[in-house]
Design a protein around this ligand. Sequence first.
Ligand code: GLY
Length: 338
Amino acid sequence: MLGRRKFLHNSLLGSVSALATNHEWQTGESVVGKPIVISTWNEGKPANAVAWQILQKGGRALDAVEAGVMIIEDSQNCCVGLGANPDRDGIVTLDACIMDEHFNCGAVAFLERIKHPISVARRVMEKTPHVFLVGAGAQQFAIAEGFPLEEQKLSTNAKEAYENWLKKSEYKPAVNIENRQHGPYAPLQFENGDWNHDTIGMVALDTNGNLSGSCTTSGMGFKMRGRVGDSPIIGAGLYVDNEVGAVAATGQGEDVIRICGSHTVVEFMRQGLSPEQACKKTVERIFKIKGAKAKDIQVGFIAVNKKGQVGAFALQKGFTYAVKSKDAEYLKDAKFLI
Ligand code: GLY
């Protein structure tokens, strides 16, 4: 027979584990549970809403992270996708990657005139023996897969921003340029905030406990022709290890690439750090490398671990991220280092 103390102890453990298996609850640091989705920037909120439709029905995280970012790729006149700012030759080029719970991954870069690079990345993953297709080859593959070739044309806002940029033709990275790079026009409003941004990263944990992630971008506005940032690079812009966690990056791609940013965050989680602590430690590594120049750039990470804890951290103020689970839905300013 169980003693009273042991009975109470077991009951308590039982109720905690019921909470843990059914839903998420608030810890001091973050929401915990499954399913759950976390995305970068303000546009993460509408993207999460789409992903949630899949997750809440017990759908696969991979399907959720593809569908979620697709609505942002669809946006016109701003943001990610064909409506975004062009390179310095006036042409919009898109990069994206996707990764599932089995280390399957696919990516495209320097892709022109295709509306949904994230879906092309998924086809690369599922239908080719390769991981990464770029430029004309990526476009050729997309067309062969039935993706329509869109008109080569700048959106109204991108055209205006490009014409302004041409006056000085200067390319220099700026902090949180992702939230301002569309120039002096009034940003399009989406719910309570503007969603002027060039990248969306999304990571999710589904009901079955599987992780996946996606990342899609038009890259830095007015970049050199042919420039590719971190977003389509597995390990830099995105990484998923189904035993540990999933991570996506945003901000100055060059500085994320040089430390394999998303992979680094996953490795810190593997060592036992929480998602937020792991993101912070990775940001600190960038800070150490950049020294005084760190103030000229922004980098941010979002992460979810296998338990469904989420977290984020940025180099500087101004990075927002969005979370959606059964009991929680919020858009938050990430903590930052400098
Ligand atoms: N993080 C987006 C880019 O650097 O292209």
